[in-house]
Design a binder for this molecule. Structure first.
Ligand SMILES: C[S@@+](CC[C@H](N)C(=O)[O-])C[C@H]1O[C@@H](n2cnc3c(N)ncnc32)[C@H](O)[C@@H]1O
Length: 307
């Protein structure tokens, strides 16, 4: 099924910042403060609510936001993006033009979510890294990072930034080179934007060392689709993240996707997933669940019905 009119950057519960006068840093901070960062405990399984952490906006995200609202993409770049978008995927066009840089959390918030200290430690495999903005923030917690991407223009951007990056879909192909495992595997905002999310999650887990952690970010409520040329289509393997509230969809993500993959939640949060926009809409925003999980060993998080 085609979804030609669907903008992958618009959706979720949080209002974007649209047109008109540019926001100053003060107004941008106020907007960021107002983004949802809490969940309703009564709407979640008790075991999942216990593992929720609310994180205040971090300094890195404030700086990112000030720059984004002060310098939205110009009219001509936005027009060129719209023209190219008719024939190429959103990710390829962003890779060519450098449009829509993204922000999830700054390194300090990723450290808090991972429960690690300030010194980088261990190895990360970032699956579906995009142009590397979020990879760089999360990667600051690790000593080394390997990235995968299915968009070749994005791979070139990742390599230009110094990341070891491969144009590979782990759902169907192995990581090139000798076999290796990582201390952490991240799938940030990719499971709802890929062709075969279940296979991608399962195959990516093969690269996780025993005792390692998995990070999964997913905009909720879920609107999965992936780009084929100039249009978007439904994934081959539906993710089945159901629920139209953030809490219902988060519970479904854990119960219907992570638990069947043998993962239990360690900690999770809710944060705005930001992308710089153009003159009509200087900032796009989605409502993101970011989950740190481990392979379950016996004791499982209660993902059944709310109490
Ligand atoms: C919405 S972007 C997310 C980028 C980044 N991880 C972030 O959180 O901002 C999704 C990215 O996943 C890539 N992608 C889609 N399917 C993939 C797959 N099977 N393997 C690797 N990357 C994939 C797309 O090309 C796109 O750049």
């Amino acid at each position: 099924m085609d979804h030609e009119d669907r903008d992958p950057l618009v959706g979720g519960l949080t209002p974007g910042i649209t047109g008109g006068a540019r926001l100053d840093a003060h107004a941008a901070d106020a907007w960021l403060e107002a983004c949802p960062r809490h969940v309703l405990g009564g709407s979640l399984p008790a075991g999942l609510f216990e593992r929720f952490v609310s994180l205040d906006p971090d300094a890195e995200t404030r700086t990112w936001l000030h720059d984004a609202v002060a310098h939205p993409h110009g009219r001509w770049r936005a027009r060129l993006h719209a023209m190219l978008r008719r024939v190429a995927s959103d990710h390829d066009v962003d890779g060519w033009l450098g449009t829509h840089p993204m922000q999830v959390l700054g390194p300090s918030s990723f450290r808090a979510l991972l429960g690690v200290g300030a010194s980088p430690h261990g190895t990360l495999l970032d699956v579906g890294a995009g142009c590397g903005d979020v990879t760089a923030s999360l990667g600051a917690c690790f000593e080394s990072v390997v990235a995968t991407e299915t968009s070749r223009p994005m791979v070139r951007r990742l390599q230009a930034r110094g990341f070891e990056a491969y144009p590979v879909d782990l759902a169907s192909c192995p990581l090139p080179g000798p076999s290796r495992v990582f201390d952490a595997v991240s799938l940030l905002n990719v499971l709802d934007r890929c062709e075969r999310p279940r296979s991608l999650l399962h195959r990516s887990l093969a690269y996780l060392r025993p005792g390692g952690v998995v990070l999964v970010a997913c905009p909720l409520p879920s609107r999965p689709h992936f780009d084929v040329g100039g249009h978007t289509v439904d994934p081959d393997e539906p993710l089945d993240v159901r629920g139209e509230t953030f809490e219902a969809a988060a519970a479904s993500l854990v119960r219907d996707v992570l638990a069947p993959a043998g993962l239990e939640v360690v900690r999770w949060t809710r944060t705005p997933y930001l992308a710089r926009g153009g003159p009509e809409c200087p900032l796009h925003v989605l409502d993101d669940a970011v989950v740190v999980a481990r392979r379950s060993e016996g004791g499982r998080v209660d993902t059944s019905t709310p109490p």
